[in-house]
Design a protein around this ligand. Structure first.
Ligand code: ASP
Length: 434
């Protein structure tokens, strides 16, 4: 019998997860049952993905950089990557600002709902504010200082330090390019083999993906807040979603125009990573799968994918920046504030920087939103207004973040002549028995 393609398997897992979560919520014991007996499998699945993220970045980036012919190639790839990431992020914020100014979702929030939300989520909002306060205290060059680890083993201990691991891997790769070939060979072969092993581990983990997403979504539904709050924030949610859909269309347009690849080819190739991003709300946890799909299914050569994607997962968050722009203006509208043009231009700058600074983990975009609010003079307590729907929106914005990284990697590969025919055809996705 023909095996169901991976993205269908994952979609079915998600669907059954939602249904199971809904079913269990009907019983008094249901929620606790899901938390005790189902949720841990979702956590194990996410942990297993995170487990291989750091070794994967190290192995694939060292291999990728050391495969380059010279350092000039690296700087040209780096320049294009950062340029495209900035361009897509600025586009996202601009789309978000335009849509929120047209729809004006904050104006429709009644005073009653506003005070209800403010009191219900005041404590949660305060917790995010205090995390953000720690980040705000840092000096202007702290981000640059944080890029360079003083000890690589310490850096590798914490998944939050991915940029440091990326820095080390690129630096190490440059060293490998610069020493005589016969000396570099042993080290290169080692990282090459390590890379292969880790790619195989991703294949193995993906066998469990449909069950992993089942557990994640069942737990999410069982723990979700009441549906009434979702309704009150319906227009805000719709505004963010419309913006995110515009971004997906924008990527499809970019990929079609610049790489001439079919839309179906792109979407089929990347969809398992998108579905995982949606289920885990974490670009970092999804990174191993994004890298595998982009290389093996979209045809991006490994030296490009291993460079562009880990950097993208940490600094390119278009969905997050769009959400931050919409959320900031929504909160201002809800408080009856009229934001001037210069305040809105300020939001473009701060949302771009805040999304770059957001960690690739669930809820990180909301922490950095505090900084956007503070810069624009919008009350930070307003975070409480959007708390109830943050998780579902996080799932959607993470999907956009991952799609953005994949699209940019295809464009950069195309410009460098490194977009080939994929190893695995998408049309008869026989994953994982390649
Ligand atoms: N969860 C997002 C990500 O991992 C970040 C955020 O917007 O909270 O890409």
């Amino acid at each position: 019998m023909k095996k169901l393609a991976l993205h269908w398997q994952i979609l079915l897992g998600m669907l059954f997860g939602v249904l199971f979560g809904l079913l269990c919520s009907q019983f008094d014991w249901g929620k606790q049952f899901v938390i005790d007996w189902i949720k841990p499998f979702g956590t194990i699945f996410i942990n297993s993905l995170k487990l291989i993220a750091v070794p994967l970045i190290l192995a694939s980036l060292v291999k990728g950089v050391s495969d380059l012919k010279n350092i000039a190639q690296l700087s040209s790839m780096g320049g294009r990557t950062i340029g495209m990431y900035l361009f897509t992020t600025l586009t996202a914020v601009t789309i978000g600002l335009t849509i929120v100014n047209v729809i004006k979702p904050g104006n429709t929030l009644s005073d009653e709902t506003r005070s209800e939300l403010l009191s219900a989520y005041a404590a949660d909002a305060a917790a995010k504010q205090s995390v953000a306060a720690a980040q705000k205290e840092a000096g202007p060059l702290q981000a640059l200082v944080d890029l360079v680890p003083s000890n690589i083993f310490n850096a590798m201990q914490d998944n939050g330090n991915m940029l440091q691991v990326i820095f080390f891997a690129i630096f190490f790769g440059i060293g490998l390019v610069l020493i005589p070939k016969q000396k570099a060979k042993a080290v290169k072969d080692f990282f090459d083999a390590l890379n292969e092993v880790i790619l195989k581990l991703i294949d193995l983990i993906m066998i469990a993906a449909p069950y992993g997403v089942f557990a994640l979504l069942a737990a999410l539904i069982a723990e979700a807040p009441s549906a009434d709050l979702f309704k009150a924030l319906g227009l805000y949610t719709a505004t963010v979603l419309i913006g995110l859909i515009c971004m997906i269309l924008f990527y499809i347009f970019l990929v079609r125009i610049f790489t001439r690849k079919k839309i179906g080819f792109f979407l089929k190739g990347i969809s398992p990573a998108q579905l995982l991003a949606f289920s885990t709300s974490s670009s970092a946890a999804t990174l191993p799968v994004t890298m595998e799909r982009v290389h093996e299914h979209l045809g991006v050569e490994e030296d490009v994918s291993s460079f562009v994607l880990p950097i993208g997962a940490t600094i390119n968050m278009d969905g997050t920046s769009l959400y931050q722009a919409v959320a900031a203006v929504f909160i201002a509208q809800a408080f009856g504030m009229d934001l001037s043009l210069s305040a809105q231009l300020g939001i473009i700058a701060t949302a771009t920087l805040a999304s770059i600074g957001s960690a690739a983990v669930p809820g990180a975009g909301m922490v950095m939103l505090v900084i956007v609010l503070a810069q624009a003079g919008i009350p930070e307590a307003g975070l409480a207004l959007i708390f109830a729907v943050d998780r579902p929106l996080d799932m959607c914005r993470t999907t956009v973040n991952v799609t953005g990284d994949a699209s940019v990697s295809m464009l950069v590969a195309k410009w460098l002549g490194k977009l080939g025919t994929p190893k695995v055809k998408n049309w008869d996705d026989n994953y994982p028995e390649k």
